[in-house]
Design a protein around this ligand. Structure first.
Ligand SMILES: [Zn+2]
Length: 137
């Protein structure tokens, strides 16, 4: 019973579920990018390669095969993943960056404060004495 309780504590500690979701999404995302590279980018590159395939590029020394085409494919795969992740992060940052709604700048200290503020919360300057409720004057 104690083991079950410890396991429950483990699951509730930190962001285990968030991490699990991130890992699963990352695996699914990797499959998409790998398919993009395999189905679109590699054929595009193969147009310019006489042998017709990146994987076919290799040279041999003695009995050893050096498949440098496969290595180039892996590098392209990495660059494609990094670029797509960059685009996604840029998009998310754009979505997350909200314009501060209904704010103004304090004319005395220059800090950004709510439009409805009567007194600056930073320098405590009274900004609009007319709007101060009678009982607070
Ligand atoms: Zn101020």
């Amino acid at each position: 019973m104690k083991m079950f309780r410890d396991f429950k504590d483990f699951l509730q500690r930190g962001n285990v579920v968030d991490l699990a979701v991130a890992v699963v999404m990352g695996a699914a995302f990797t499959a998409i990018v790998a398919a993009l590279v395999a189905d679109f980018i590699n054929p595009l590159i193969a147009i310019f390669i006489p042998s017709g395939s990146l994987d076919a590029l290799m040279f041999t020394v003695g009995n050893s095969k050096f498949t440098y085409g496969h290595f180039i494919g892996a590098v392209i795969n990495f660059v494609a993943i990094a670029f797509v992740v960059f685009l996604i992060v840029m998009g998310i940052n754009k979505m997350m960056k909200k314009k501060p709604a209904n704010t103004k700048d304090c004319p005395y200290c220059g800090s950004t404060i709510p439009d409805s503020a009567v007194r600056c919360p930073n320098c405590t300057t009274l900004l609009d004495a007319d709007k101060v409720p009678e009982e607070l004057r």
